[in-house]
Ligand binder design. Structure first.
Ligand code: AOS
Ligand code: ZN
Ligand code: ZN
Ligand code: ZN
Length: 424
């Protein structure tokens, strides 16, 4: 389904006068509202194809109904999100879950929704039907060369599909590691993985990037072969200029200083992109900004500062993606919330008085430094985010419009009540 332009227009009309009051106030609260509005309208966030249905846990899964059963329906859902917020113009596919035989049709469909393809994801953490070798004991790290070869071939196939779709990057997340001490030789696992990654790297087109995603634990609980940003950076450095580290916010050990990691990766020119989400305990894959909005802001604060220092383009030089999983919410509402939280954090980071901050740092004025950051964080920039949407023809309040238009009801009518999204 698609929203009619007049549905959006009449929704906005109803909220307009209240919005304008708020906007006037918010614009006075920041020193650079025009700049922020411009940056916000350029900024686009990639939606994960695997987060459009309820994922469930190993204890169970509760169907929501109306979930997309194929790639066409996934694009339809993301197209709808993009209509609502004008900030979700990209989709990140996962292969083989999203394998398609009719690439031209998928490309046309995506273009109709105003979408393009962000990083492609390979999957060597599950065994697929008819697969010759099992990944039970790892894929790119495996002690058996034949298994490694199978995983390498899969990654090269993902690149091939991505090229056809117009993607420019491959994200590799490995479940590889070990569950018990002694199970594997760390160094050999690293070397095997590196060698495998090198073969994949060789298959990358000239204008492609590869993102090496790290994760501290799970599904392996003793060691992970790409376990932290240090290991990911080692691989990225050894691979070459097309290899980068991907930061998933939920993949760190408790209390890790993610903003510092981000800052140093940027300094090294090795930050590739993000999987945004939030968590309380581990890789919870909850809505971005739902637990630690200040951390999200601090990360964006480093990003804005570091990217501007390096003369990077905020829009294109990093891959901005969400990685999420839903058990109890309507995934589409959750994704709208995540995008909103990311936009808010970004807008706040853009509003930081950098000149004053540098001066306060030079003077070791710790109190002033904190005041400057918290001033930005505590300013309500939501009207600016809404204004950017309004100017782009999207909804002032995406979730309100989603509910008013009874989108889920319509999706259930079209797709049925007992749906399982392909993927997880
Ligand atoms: C797994 O924990 C990672 O976050 C990956 O990005 C993974 O490919 C994605 O979550 C889909 O399972
Ligand atoms: Zn991830
Ligand atoms: Zn995650
Ligand atoms: Zn994860």
């Amino acid at each position: 389904m698609k929203l009619e332009p007049n549905q959006i227009a009449s929704h906005n009309e109803r909220l307009l006068s209240k919005h304008q009051q708020r906007l006037t106030f918010a614009s006075q609260e920041v020193h650079n509202s025009d700049h922020i509005l411009q940056q916000l309208s350029d900024f686009q966030i990639g939606i994960p194809s695997w987060a459009l249905g309820t994922g469930g846990t190993r204890f169970g899964r509760f169907s929501l109904g109306g979930e997309p059963g194929n790639i066409e329906e996934k694009l339809e859902d993301i197209g709808l999100l993009h209509q609502l917020n004008a900030s979700s113009a990209a989709v990140s596919l996962h292969i083989p879950w999203d394998t398609t035989t009719d690439v031209p049709a998928i490309k046309t469909l995506a273009t109709q929704y105003g979408l393009h393809f962000d990083a492609m994801n390979s999957n060597t953490f599950q065994d697929q039907r008819d697969q010759q070798h099992s990944y039970k004991f790892g894929s790119l790290q495996h002690v058996n060369k034949e298994v490694r070869k199978q995983a390498i071939t899969h990654n090269i196939e993902v690149i091939r599909q991505g090229v056809e779709l117009g993607s420019k990057a491959l994200t590799i997340w490995l479940a590889d590691g070990s569950c018990f001490p002694g199970q594997l030789n760390f160094r050999k696992a690293f070397e095997n993985t590196l060698e495998s990654l090198q073969e994949i790297y060789t298959a990358l087109p000239a204008d492609w990037k590869v993102f090496v995603e790290y994760k501290a634990f799970e599904p392996n609980f003793y060691s992970t072969t790409v376990g932290d940003w240090g290991q990911s950076l080692l691989y990225a450095n050894k691979l070459g200029p097309k290899a980068f580290t991907l930061v998933d916010l939920g993949h760190h050990l408790p209390n890790a200083n993610i903003e510092q990691i981000v800052s140093l990766l940027l300094m090294e020119g090795k930050l590739g992109g993000f999987h945004f989400n939030d968590s309380k305990y581990g890789d919870d894959d909850l809505t971005a900004g739902c637990m630690k909005p200040y951390q999200l802001f601090l990360i964006f604060n480093e990003l804005v500062e570091g990217m501007d220092q390096r003369g990077m383009n905020h829009k294109d030089d990093l891959a901005w993606m969400i990685d999420a999983s839903h058990n109890v919410k309507d995934p589409l509402e959750d994704l709208l919330q995540s995008v909103e939280a990311i936009m808010i954090a970004y807008a706040q980071a853009l509003s930081v008085d950098r000149i004053a901050l540098v001066q306060a740092q030079q003077e070791n004025d710790v109190v002033r430094c904190q005041e400057i950051l918290q001033q930005a964080f505590r300013t309500d920039v939501r009207p600016l985010v809404a204004e950017a949407r309004l100017r782009a023809g999207a909804a002032l309040s995406p979730i309100a419009l989603y509910r008013e238009s009874e989108v889920r009801k319509e999706l259930i009518r079209n797709r049925g009540n007992q749906t399982i999204a392909t993927g997880l």
